[in-house]
Design a protein around this ligand. Structure first.
Ligand SMILES: [Zn+2]
Ligand SMILES: [Zn+2]
Ligand SMILES: [Zn+2]
Length: 147
């Protein structure tokens, strides 16, 4: 699937939008007509996790402490207790203009608005894309309101 069709098949979360072509401009260069692996930055919601295990020496000390506990703690339970001491670290990943990056930016409250307005300024105006909608009086339906 072409990149612009892929983007148009999705809805940006939390962004009032219409799937339409943009206002005509004499813009040159379009990130969708000539796609390349564009770096879009990082986001706190786009990461992989990495588990840092407790060092052997610290495991040994923890085991020695458990030896002094008044109740016998079987090895299986000790392993669970020691497992709590492992650290989970989040490693932020680069967001790129590809399938995984687009999936993220369309479904992330931090990225969606920024991505949609960036896309509007970096693509041909004739592509049908989710574009931020300017609210007009008609949208608000003021005529039909009763006071
Ligand atoms: Zn939509
Ligand atoms: Zn284009
Ligand atoms: Zn994000």
């Amino acid at each position: 699937m072409e990149l612009h069709s892929y983007i148009n098949s999705k809805c940006p979360v939390g962004v009032p939008h219409s799937h339409c072509s943009g206002k005509p401009t004499n813009r040159t260069g379009c990130v969708l007509c000539a796609p390349y692996n564009i770096y879009m930055g990082k986001c706190d919601n786009y990461f992989r996790t990495h588990r840092v295990f407790l060092e052997e020496e610290k495991k040994y000390i923890l085991n020695r402490c458990l030896d002094f506990y008044p109740i016998y703690i079987p090895p299986e339970i000790r392993e669970i207790i020691i497992g709590f001491a492992d650290t989970i670290v989040h490693i932020l990943l680069d967001i790129r203009l590809d399938g995984a990056g687009i999936d993220h930016m369309m479904s992330c409250h931090i990225c969606s608005h920024k991505f949609i307005s960036w896309l509007d300024g970096h693509s041909c105006s004739d592509h049908v894309l989710p574009r931020i909608r300017d609210y007009t009086v008609d949208d608000l339906n003021i005529d039909n309101m009763t006071i």
